[in-house]
Design a protein around this ligand. Structure first.
Ligand code: NAG
Ligand code: NAG
Ligand code: NAG
Ligand code: NAG
Ligand code: NAG
Ligand code: NAG
Ligand code: NAG
Length: 697
């Protein structure tokens, strides 16, 4: 009796698989296929019941014969997700983005406990997120954006400790955010809650999200209460977008919240204080985080003791300085915000109506109230096709003050994905001279050369004139020769690097003089204006700037620069040495003081001084026994007195004295360039030709 039974058992285990074919996971997936009513691209066509497992089916990945990933993005699938999807115990990744799926998420979706990513954005899902979400302790990516989910974000999400990406934007989520979000989701890198209906306060521990990157986006919700100061503890590079909520009170000015423009806060009528224009009510001055709690204006002058009053004053000064920077940065962002659309819209059309067309985006002004009051034309004009900054990118970019000089303030603007830019803010005024400015700036924009900083775009309004350049990362020639002010260590440049600088600058200048559309004169060539690229290739910057600044109503250059930036890399004027600024421009040809019409020979003179600086390693003013002598005179004196070359040479070059022939050749070029009589100076073409003989062997 026993043996036939055993035989039957054997039969059933060995033959059944052959008869019923498809395994359990395959069955679960077939029921998913059945819930899809439309599959216009037939991507589920090979999901065939007669296969033994689903591992060969489109969109699936298996490991050890178990499905670990479903990936069917952008397939125009119409349907819903059945609960049976939970019968895939090894599932780690689900990507069904950009389909036309609808209905609620079944709790079964959260039974594969090893799920690491759930990407469902761009569908039409509704309903709330099941609390079972919290069972997914390995979840790293949750992107449910662009659906119609509602209800609250379940508190159980605090159990998803490994979550790195939490994107819920453009849904209908409501209720308040779970408290403890900041403490629980320590690994969170991307947080986007924008365009929902979240209410209540921003969790006070959100500042503990120390791994966040990019934009922490809370915008377009109904969040209320005050901004928790701990929000400033977020990493400095994080842009915190709080726009269009119902937040109230002063804006804390610490950490990541410091140096932010008003753009991050607009659309919250109850917010006050810098960087916004509406002051906080006078009843609560102590709530301003800048001021000591016992500060009042009358106590800000030195009292008997002197100490407390001084402290008050300096705090006030700090406020003033920071506020002015914030306003600057904010304006940059605002301008981009307003005018982005212009940059991408039809430029030709714009040209024909002379840039005076009404900018539709300008209407946004009325919504926010805190933006510019001057209603004139707004446009960001791209000067080449590479300007592809999107509104969001520009709006959310971090801006740092690089430096201030007589000609506006320079900002480094870091786009989230895109180039880093250098943006110069010229001043106010000169509205009637728009055409002139436009002609000038567009001609300058046409100048393209490997040794010249490219002007990419500009912007014009009554309040603001902006010039958008490529950002050149490696500081100026000045700091390469003399070291950065305050820097601890400094390596003198080898001769070959100096020759590279000399040749690059000469080629750029030659191009400017002979091949640029207007045969330009730079007029203000200085080591501060020569920037160094990633491989220390020199870029001439700021040509034409003086003229643009004059049109824009800025007054002349060479005011002492005033470094307040948080970024040490300089972009031109950022670090003018005090010697130069106090004693006028020593790179300027002597005749420039008398003649009004700029000549190319001015640039040749300036170039000669730069060569001398590169050879001697000395500043353009030499101190001799308390006597100031300019570098040109000093070198001429040394030659008159027949001093040995070693006395003139940069000590950093002494080891390379075997290049004496080349050094002397360059010295000769330099001396011919700095002749007093402009006619005796060579033109840049012959300088370039002569330099060609200086090898880099
Ligand atoms: C499934 O596969 C079998 C054999 O491999 C084939 O005959 C059948 O046509 C397939 N069915 C579909 C719907 O493709
Ligand atoms: C999943 O979550 C629910 C609700 O939070 C809970 O009742 C259930 O026990 C959890 N299941 C597992 C396997 O953890
Ligand atoms: C959000 O909910 C409101 C009211 O329940 C509804 O009118 C609106 O269409 C919903 N929005 C989305 C994107 O689902
Ligand atoms: C979510 O939306 C559905 C309709 O799609 C509605 O019946 C339900 O009440 C909403 N839930 C919440 C919490 O708003
Ligand atoms: C959160 O950050 C605050 C400081 O911002 C710190 O005091 C606190 O200990 C942090 N909490 C945790 C759990 O790390
Ligand atoms: C904003 O918050 C206040 C209370 O702080 C409340 O009275 C008001 O209704 C809220 N407004 C919106 C639009 O949610
Ligand atoms: C003066 O300063 C000292 C210490 O700097 C402090 O202890 C004292 O309270 C101060 N007095 C007044 C009147 O501010």
């Amino acid at each position: 009796m026993a043996s036939p039974l055993l035989f039957l058992l054997f039969l059933s285990t060995s033959f059944l698989p052959l008869c019923t074919s498809l395994n359990r996971e395959g069955q679960a997936l077939l029921s998913f296929k059945q819930s899809i009513s439309q599959d216009p691209e037939n991507c589920l066509s090979n999901w065939n019941a007669s296969d033994s497992d689903p591992c060969s089916w489109n969109g699936l990945t298996c490991k050890d014969n178990s499905v670990i990933s479903i990936s069917l993005p952008k397939k125009r699938l119409v349907g819903f997700i059945p609960s049976s999807i939970g019968a895939l115990p090894s599932l780690r990744h689900i990507n069904l983005r950009n389909n036309l799926l609808f209905g609620q998420l079944p709790a079964g979706l959260f039974t594969p406990l090893g799920l690491q990513s759930l990407v469902l954005y761009g569908n039409s899902f509704t309903g709330s997120i099941p609390v079972e979400l919290g069972n997914l302790s390995y979840l790293q990516i949750l992107d449910l954006s662009y659906n119609s989910f509602n209800g609250s974000l379940p508190k159980s999400i605090l159990s998803c400790k490994r979550i790195k990406t939490l994107v819920l934007a453009h849904n209908n989520f409501s209720s308040s955010l779970p408290n403890g979000l900041g403490t629980a989701l320590v690994e969170l890198e991307k947080l986007d809650l924008s365009y929902n209906a979240f209410t209540g306060p921003i969790p006070s521990d959100i500042g503990n999200l120390s791994s966040l990157q990019g934009t922490a986006d809370f915008s377009h919700n109904h969040l209320s209460g005050s901004i928790p100061p701990s929000l400033g503890n977020l990493p400095e590079k994080v842009y915190i977008d709080l726009t269009y909520n119902n937040l109230t009170g002063p804006i804390p000015q610490n950490g990541a919240l410091e140096n932010r423009g008003p753009t991050a806060f607009i659309g919250n009528p109850g917010l006050c204080g810098p960087p916004l224009k509406n002051p906080c009510s006078a009843e609560a001055p102590s709530s301003n985080p800048f001021l000591p709690s016992n500060y009042s204006p009358s106590s800000s002058f030195p009292n008997k003791n002197g100490t407390r009053g001084n402290k008050g004053l300096s705090r006030v000064a700090v406020v003033a300085i920071i506020v002015s920077d914030i306003v600057g940065i904010g304006l940059v962002a605002l301008v981009f915000f307003y005018c982005y659309w212009k940059a991408t819209s039809n430029r030709n059309k714009e040209k024909t109506d002379g840039g005076n067309g009404n900018c539709p985006c300008f209407r946004r002004k009325d919504e926010s109230g805190s933006l510019s009051e001057n209603g004139e034309q707004y446009e960001l004009v791209a000067l080449d096709r590479n300007v592809k900054y999107s509104l969001d990118e520009l709006l959310k970019a971090s801006a740092f003050v690089l430096g201030k000089s007589g000609i506006g303030i320079m900002y480094k603007v870091i786009l989230e994905c895109g180039p880093t830019l250098a943006v110069r803010r010229l001043g106010e005024g000169g509205l009637q001279r728009f055409k002139e400015f436009q002609a000038e700036v567009e001609a300058i924009g046409k100048v393209r050369h490997a040794n010249i900083v490219t002007l990419r775009a500009y912007y014009w309004s009554y309040d603001e004139k902006l010039l958008v350049y490529d950002y050149i990362p490696n500081g100026s020639l000045s700091s390469a020769i003399h070291g950065k002010p305050g820097a601890v260590s400094f390596t003198p440049l080898p001769w070959d690097t100096r020759v590279k600088f000399m040749k690059g600058i000469a080629t750029g200048l030659h191009f400017l003089h002979e091949f640029s559309p207007k045969k330009y004169v730079h007029g203000d060539l200085r080591p501060n204006n020569v920037l160094l690229g990633p491989n220390f290739e020199p870029y001439i910057s700021d040509f034409g700037l003086a003229r643009l600044a004059t049109i824009a109503g800025n007054i002349s250059p060479y005011l002492p620069s005033d470094r307040t930036g948080t970024d040490n890399k300089s972009q031109s004027d950022a670090s003018v040495s005090p010697l130069i600024t106090t004693k006028g421009n020593l790179y300027q040809a002597p005749e420039a003081l008398k003649t009004l019409k700029p000549s190319q020979k001015w640039d040749v003179y300036s170039y000669g001084v730069i060569l001398l600086e590169l050879i001697t390693g000395r500043a353009p003013v030499v101190l001799l026994d308390n006597l100031q002598m300019d570098l040109v005179k000093w070198v001429e004196l040394c030659i008159e007195e027949k001093k040995p070359l070693l006395d003139v040479l940069d000590p950093g070059l002494v080891r390379e004295i075997d290049r004496e022939d080349e050094i002397i050749l360059v010295l000769k070029i330099a001396l011919s360039c700095v002749q007093v009589s402009p006619e005796k100076r060579p033109n840049m073409r012959s300088v370039v030709d002569t330099l060609d003989r200086v090898g880099e062997s």
